[in-house]
Design a protein. Structure first.
Length: 420
């Protein structure tokens, strides 16, 4: 028993040691964690240009990852380029555009893409030139291609005319432009076109009036042109005026307030409606048959108040004697004589004596014809007076034109009439 008591503690200690050894043998020893490999980086090249392809210097580029964390910034150099090393992931690029440029909200740079071009919009500081095209009645002409050209011939194609007949063209500022219509052939059966329409020097707006192409066969040829702008005549109550022209093939008239008004033009005769409106167009004859046969028309106001008549004259190119615009029909007569034109004005003598028609302008030419007594041809050239004996009630035709040397430009003349 004494021996067992001595052995038992030793056995227990031995078992405890063996258990500890066995537990240690069964437990796997811990190994330290390896550090994460650094993310791959690449060089990114971003080029910033304007809409014309020119580099934009000074644009600040921000790079945002998928977590909307800014990962880097850079500013473009004179070549519009930034070079930056970043992690090889996808980015959203935000551009702080320099003054005068506009950028989009952001630009996507997909993963795997390291080269990209960003286009900014540069503000256009060039002036805007406005071209407005209407017909003879003031209605807009849409659909015309507008081309702006400098005298040297360099041209820029602008927008077509819109529903209001307007085209706005942005081009550099120069002293003078002229306008052409490249697609005018598509409109040539409707309108007559000049080859060029010039802006006034320094002007940035132009209004162009197109007149109808009333050729009998409706072809695109141009046997007719209009002589000047629409003419406006103010007729005093109880008066009439008489015009004559050579090679005239068409007379278009519109009038308002023409109560008691009458119109005779070639084979056309018309009387104003009760409300004073008058619209008429002389039938178109065969242009080859008319030759230089003069066409005359008379406007007569039998009403009790003055009336205003607007009319348009169409004539064959190369002819002369086209009517002109009147600005005042009450003596003294102030008339605008168009190039190569003359005004035939009828005057009824209210007293007997010597009728004198005079003008102080050296460019004037005045002829008196007494239609009542068949006395013709009293003429003066330059700043002079023309006289003719008249009786009460005689109808005198006064032809006001320009001397040959002054016939190349429009002239405004004031002619004084008197009977003594």
């Amino acid at each position: 028993m004494k021996t067992l008591k001595r052995i038992l503690p030793l056995a227990l200690a031995l078992c405890l040691c063996l258990g500890t050894l066995l537990l240690a043998a069964c437990t796997k020893p811990e190994t330290p964690e390896e550090p994460e490999a650094p993310a791959e980086k690449k060089n990114f090249a971003i080029t910033v240009v304007d809409q014309n392809g020119d580099p934009v210097e000074g644009a600040k580029i921000h790079f945002y990852d998928a977590a909307v964390t800014e990962k880097g910034t850079a500013v473009t150099n004179a070549a519009g380029i930034v070079m930056i090393e970043l992690e090889a992931v996808s980015y959203n690029i935000v551009v702080d555009a320099p003054t005068g440029y506009t950028a989009e909200a952001s630009y996507a740079l997909p993963a795997g893409t390291t080269v990209m071009t960003v286009t900014l919009q540069k503000a256009d500081t060039r002036p805007v030139y406005t071209v407005t095209v209407k017909d003879m009645y003031g209605d807009p002409v849409p659909g015309l291609d507008v081309q702006m050209c400098v005298p040297e011939g360099n041209c820029v194609l602008g927008p077509t005319t819109d529903a209001t007949g307007t085209s706005k063209v942005t081009v550099p500022a120069v002293d003078s432009y002229y306008v052409t219509f490249p697609n005018s052939a598509a409109f040539s059966k409707q309108y007559l076109f000049d080859e060029k329409y010039y802006f006034e020097e320094g002007a940035q707006t132009i209004e162009i009036t197109l007149y109808p192409n009333n050729t009998p066969d409706g072809t695109a040829e141009r046997p007719f042109v209009f002589a000047g702008e629409p003419y406006t005549v103010t007729l005093p109550a109880g008066s009439s005026t008489y015009f004559i022209g050579f090679g005239i093939y068409n007379c278009d008239f519109t009038a308002t307030g023409f109560v008691g008004g009458k119109l005779t033009c070639g084979s056309l005769a018309a009387t104003a409606e009760a409300n004073g409106s008058l619209t008429a167009t002389m039938p178109m004859p065969d242009p080859n048959a008319a030759g230089n046969t003069p066409v005359q028309f008379v406007l007569e106001n039998t009403g009790s108040t003055a009336a205003t008549v607007t009319f348009h004259i169409q004539s064959k190119p190369g002819t002369s004697g086209n009517p002109i615009a009147l600005t005042d029909l009450t003596p003294p007569l102030t008339v605008e004589v168009k190039k190569g034109a003359a005004i035939y004005y009828t005057y009824t003598a209210s007293a007997a004596g010597t009728l004198t028609a005079s003008c102080t302008d050296t460019r004037s030419n005045i002829t008196l014809n007494n239609l009542t007594t068949s006395q013709y041809g009293d003429t003066s050239d330059g700043a002079a007076s023309t006289t003719m004996n008249v009786n009460v009630g005689d109808t005198v035709q006064i032809i006001i034109g320009t001397v040959a040397a002054a016939g190349q430009s429009d002239v405004t003349l004031t002619v004084t009439l008197s009977v003594a």
